[in-house]
Design a protein around this ligand. Sequence first.
Ligand code: NAD
Ligand code: TYD
Length: 340
Amino acid sequence: MKVLVTGGCGFIGSHLVRRLISQRVNVVNLDKLTYAGNPANVADVARSPRYRFVKGDICDERAVSRAAKNVDGIINLAAETHVDRSILSPGAFVRTDMLGTYVLLEEARRRKVKFFLQVSTDEVYGSVDRGAAREDSPVRPTNPYSASKLGADRLAYSYFATYGLPVVVTRGSNTYGPNQYPEKLIPLTIIRAMLGQPIPVYGDGKNVRDWLHAEDHARAIWTAARKGRPGETYNISGRCPMENIRLVRTILEELDAPASLIQFVRDREGHDRRYAIDDEKIRDELGWRQTEPHAANGVTKTVQWYVARRDWWEPLVRKNEAFNKYFEAQYGSRWKRGTP
Ligand code: NAD
Ligand code: TYD
């Protein structure tokens, strides 16, 4: 079996690539190596005879065609993924997340692949005020990231409905664990706490996210690729809902860092209040289960990983001009304007 994984040098993609290689699957990893793509994330499998890396853009038909030669299936994780960046600058999101998915779907159609797994997100449901969204609940994305992801999610479905392409869609919840680029809440908090720097918490800190471990997410994606029914969508929940402020406090306690580092800052525009999804379908139909169902345990291990892997994150943040520029654009005007 040979699988094309896109975005395999990113956070979740790297966990998936490692899992596939360990299961003796041949992997072609097509990745553009944007700021979020890091070859170090897959360094431990890079020498495997079952692994091939292709540097390229999923919007580039020729690169996609080269990478997809003789593959049995495609798993698309390549995307622009950070909501705050999508608010600053939506163009790259529309391009990669929507147009790139179209290019991959066309290639899949031409090659008649045995499966096409589109990695989508629970953010397509928008804020879920009560209960939990099921796969057939209304979709109400509120920012350019989640709207672009929904565009790709439904375009992929349309290739099933129109051309009979065996498409399966997964909608995973907020993911955490080793290798996550330090712009997202958990790694940002850990690293800033380690450096003794203030931690920006948006609004009143009471927004709720459901935390899923990256290894559980990767395993769910592979389960859905192999066993999911074509045309179906599967939610993947962490079953670990937490208010942001509680999560941040947990991390600070874990690091023995003072709570005074917390700084409430101006809220994100259109900030979804609560994400919650029902995962009965993937559990009942495909037998998938979380192995890290207590975010507190997972967070402890994740904190330990970042403590041990300064060599991994330091070059990404310290004296890194691109990161500092982003940080200033994102947070510069936010400090001291929050609602404590
Ligand atoms: P990430 O930002 O860590 O990595 C994205 C990867 O895609 C990087 O390696 C990057 O170089 C690559 N990439 C970006 N644009 C590309 C392009 N045009 N062509 C080829 N490669 C490109 O992302 P992640 O957090 O690992 O997310 C992976 C997927 O999972 C995404 O589709 C995302 O929408 C989805 N998802 C993420 C989460 C989460 O909490 N992180 C939750 C649910 C779903
Ligand atoms: P994030 O990790 O960006 O994921 P997403 O926006 O995809 O849910 O953010 C998680 C939550 O943390 C979200 O409610 C926004 C909040 N947040 C902060 O309070 N401060 C920050 O600096 C960041 C990046 C996020």
